[in-house]
Design a protein around this ligand. Structure first.
Ligand SMILES: Cc1cc2nc3c(=O)[nH]c(=O)nc-3n(C[C@H](O)[C@H](O)[C@H](O)COP(=O)(O)O)c2cc1C
Length: 201
C-alpha cells in the first residue's frame, strides 16, 4: 500500500514526530511505501475561508486544498499523528480535516456516515496523550473519542478499516516512551488493507 502519514507538531524533535517516523519505518519494513505530510513545516493554513465555502457552490477549489487532496488520492492508508489537546484535536489537525475532507469531495450527505465519496482506505490515528490510560478509560474519554472520531468523522471519509490508538503517558519515563514508539512501529508494520465499503446497518 501507499501510506500517507499526516503529522501535526511544530517541533521536529517532538515525541509526535518520533511516533510518525516509527510508524512509517514499520510500514516500510512491511513493504509499503510512505509519504510524510508535515503540516507545520509545510505551512498549511488551517483556517476555514470564504474560498472554501465558495468551492462548495462550484467555485475553484483553493490550491492548497487541491494539493492535500492530490496526496490523499494516491494513498491507500492514512495515518494521522497529533497530540491530544483538551480531549480533542489541535487546531492544525482540526483545520486540515475541516478544509481538506470537504463536502462534495469526501462525502455528500450527513445521514449515512458510512457512505463516503472516497474509495475505501485504511485509517489510523496515533495520538500521544499526557494522561494515563486508566484515567482516560475510567473517565470515559476514550469512548467519547471513539464516538466523535471513529464513528462521527472518519466513517464519512471512507476509512473502512480504522483504529484509534491513544499513546497514553507520552510525557512519562524513557521506558514508557520507548514502549509507545515500539507500538507505533508495530502499528505501521501490521497495517491491514482497506475493507470493502461499509453499508449503514
Ligand atoms: C494545550 C495542551 C492541551 C493538552 N490537553 C491534553 C488532554 O486533554 N489530555 C491529555 O491526556 N494530554 C493533554 N496534553 C498533553 C499532550 O497530549 C502531551 O503533551 C503530548 O502528547 C506530548 O507529545 P509531544 O511531546 O509530541 O508534544 C495537552 C497538552 C497541551 C500543550
Amino acid at each position: 500500500m501507499h501510506v500517507l502519514t499526516v503529522l501535526d507538531h511544530p517541533q521536529p524533535a517532538s515525541f509526535s514526530a518520533a511516533v510518525a517516523e516509527k510508524f512509517n519505518a514499520g510500514a516500510e519494513t512491511a513493504g509499503h511505501t510512505t509519504e510524510l505530510a508535515d503540516l507545520h513545516a509545510e505551512g498549511f493554513d488551517p483556517r476555514w475561508t470564504r474560498a472554501d465555502i465558495a468551492a462548495d457552490s462550484g467555485a475553484p477549489v483553493p490550491q492548497d486544498i487541491l494539493a492535500e487532496q492530490t496526496r490523499i488520492n494516491r494513498a491507500d492508508a492514512i495515518c494521522m499523528v497529533f497530540p491530544l489537546f483538551w480531549w480533542g484535536m489541535p487546531a492544525m489537525t482540526k483545520g486540515w480535516v475541516d478544509r481538506v475532507w470537504s463536502w462534495g469531495w469526501a462525502y455528500d450527505q450527513l445521514n449515512d456516515p458510512e457512505a463516503s465519496l472516497q474509495r475505501p482506505r485504511t485509517g489510523v490515528l496515533l495520538v500521544p496523550a499526557g494522561a494515563r490510560s486508566t484515567e482516560i478509560r475510567e473517565l470515559g474519554h476514550h469512548a467519547a473519542l471513539e464516538t466523535a472520531w471513529m464513528s462521527g468523522t472518519f466513517g464519512y471519509f471512507g476509512f473502512t478499516q480504522r483504529q484509534l490508538k491513544l499513546l497514553c503517558g507520552s510525557k512519562g519515563s524513557e521506558a514508557r516512551r520507548a514502549a509507545l514508539l515500539e507500538d507505533a512501529w508495530q502499528t505501521g508494520h501490521s497495517l491491514v488493507p482497506p475493507a470493502p465499503p461499509r453499508t449503514a446497518g
